[in-house]
Design a protein around this ligand. Sequence first.
Ligand code: PEP
Ligand code: MG
Length: 874
Amino acid sequence: MASSPLILSAPLRGLVVALGDLPDPVFAAEALGPGIALDPLDDILHAPCDGEVIQCARTRHAVTLRDDTGGEWLLHLGLDTVDLAGDGFTLLVAEGERITAGTALLRFDADRVACQAKALLTPIVLTNAADQRLELLATPGQVVERGEALLLCHADGAGEAEGAGLNSDAASDDDQAATEVRRELTVAAASGVHARPAARLRAIARAHDVALRLVAADGREADAASVSALLNLGLVQGSRVTLVARGAQGEAALEAASTLLATPETSPAAASQAPAEAPAPSASSSTARADPEGEPGQLRGTRASPGIAIGPLRHYDPPLPRVAETAADPAAERQALTAALETVAATLEASRRAAVAQGHQEEAEIFDAHLAWLEDPALREAAEHHIAAGSSAGQGWYAALQREVERLEASDSALLAARVDDLRDLQRRVMTPLAEAGEDAREVADDDLDGAILIAREMTPSQFVAVAGRIQGLCLAAGGVTSHLAILARARGVPCVMGLGEALLSLTAERAVLDATHGVLESAPDAERLAQREAERERHRAQARAAAEQAQGVAVTRDGRQVHVAANVGSAAEAEAAARAGADGVGLLRSEFLFLGRAAAPTRDAQQREYAAALAALGGKPVIVRLLDIGADKQLDYLTLPAAPNPALGERGIRLWRAFPELFDTQLEALLLAGSEVADAAQTTLPLRLMLPMVSDVGELRWVRQRLVACATALGITRLPALGVMIEVPSAALCAASLAREADFFSIGTNDLTQYALAMDREVAALAAHCDVLHPGVLRLIQATLDGAAGHCPVGVCGAAAGDPLAALLLVAMGVDELSLEPAGIAGLKASLRALDTAALDARVPELLALDDGAAVRAALTTWLDTPASAAQA
Ligand code: PEP
Ligand code: MG
């Protein structure tokens, strides 16, 4: 009996294209099966029907689903996209997952993919078609909305009697046994057995009327008639596989199949260029492949701090926030609990909205569930019961959730036990605002962390500081990480990658490789790969040792330009470390770090001591102290800042002076006193220099100069420190000429300049890859700053770009006089500068500024620096 037809909805908004019109002979000839294609107009691929995910391409560009009638649907994002090795794709589902129509399957960066692949055209094909008949519900050329009915799949029933009749065109069992032949080979195709080779294998089997199966080295088998079974074998370049053919033309089929699999490149274009007799590369040469993205067992994120770490993966499980056990006033505790629950609910709601906006539906659902839990009257009631019995709010919440955790842990249901993590998460979240002061800095006592690559969803700066000396590397899944953690990781020289996604949290490995320079975590490197990366790490260490020996010397480029290489620090202790690391001075002392993690602002005396110690540490070399830069991502617990719908664009940095005159005046006095305390009468300019954050026009500089003069006069101080301006607001860059006439120096804050120029929040991990200082728009603002300053004042850079190996060289070539970065990078940067011919690179600047985006500039710069020509010039 024929069943009712299955409706497949459009998996994304797009233009309908007939398969036959695709510029890809495999899809166009329906070698993979019948179907339809869409030219995408949005960037998330959704499930067209209910079913199960049966295969996710390891390069993340394709997903195969089995619908509830057994039909297997390959959704292949773009053409030749396997060659992108995962770049630009984020899988949102996992194999084995049950999905419903509309479930988000895969997110892709449309621009990135379109620029690199043959096309974005996305075929949707039924790979195990037997007797089904597809009826198109949309017309080629028409735009369909996501979720709109696209195809009807009629199971006409004629094939039902054949059961798994996919082999129906193969030889019968009788003659198979007599004619079974086999051949073992190594897969040479760079992208392994992905959709295209799988389709060709099936075509070969059909053309030769044989039953063809592939047996992987671990014994798993797949019938070539089933594309998804073939894909599930996960054969990559270098995999050993045995082909087994049964049928009269078995030998001929094996010959064709082994030519296909043992030829290094299977794309039509490349295949025609490759010599037919090209030898298959050995397994060893294939595993030594340099491209880190094409390998299985890898996650990709955003580099926060470069370097290579090799070691065991360890999950960061910090102790719960310390809360008071008891409290005398239950009413006050109940109020505190309400306030904490509201704070957490607001954070969860914001995270939920952000997840929805970014298309992370699953993540949004988790936040939804947490919100529901937070509102659970039974939990609240249990916590209040403990409070009534004398517990503090934090302890009451802890105890209420602990009981629930224990109940779930004791249950036999794996599903329920899996909820324990959620409860623990909520336990911690609500206890955090109720914790005792100073809690964050508690030490983590787990010995396992020594030498480990640490895995965490997210981490606060103080949690990081507590473990930084013990770990080799850091991997974060989130989202929600502050760039100040990245600053700290660079400062400590800890390789760190962020935005690795939720999959990170289930990884385990005793020997993993974190290549933070390229943003890749390899959790399953084989012995050969490990040896290769260890050798690489040794090479880096040897280079670093050589650079360290020269760190105290000046950095003079090959064409004779001396570049001042200074340090970014947050305290006098870090200033001492910076001097040891070879800093020519301090280019940025983030004074707000002295104000963080305390119950009240430091007194004038305490500040004076700290500033004087920092000045003394540098022994007369210049020290630039930035006046308090708070607001947006930098909040002080004891200061309620004016409310702003968008704090990054609100009252922050120098704009807050008028709201908190005492705070700023006290800081100014402490600085003036420290400056004159350490001043050497013989020096014409004071080592202390002051810098103003978030300046948008010259009026702000004038106002602060007046305050400076007034404060100095009141203190009887006559030698004033230089007063400079951070260029981190686009208007300041564009009005650089007027600012330069009155400022003593400029320092470009590329972190904020980039976020404001590109309108991309520097805190949003999903934007990190695009929020690039090398975007030509940002570079033009830097160029405008240099042009405006020319002949008036020197220009430094103190944002993260100064520590970015590519950007730093370009900035110097453009004319920047000083680079200020985390101390750990100073020696290496000086070594790179000594090898640079700035004039040769400067000649390329107009060409770079004309490129499309940051990625293009990065690629062009990398190519230039890698060419023998640049080496000769540089
Ligand atoms: C910057 O914006 O580049 C900068 C150096 O300041 P911060 O990162 O502290 O905002
Ligand atoms: Mg800034």
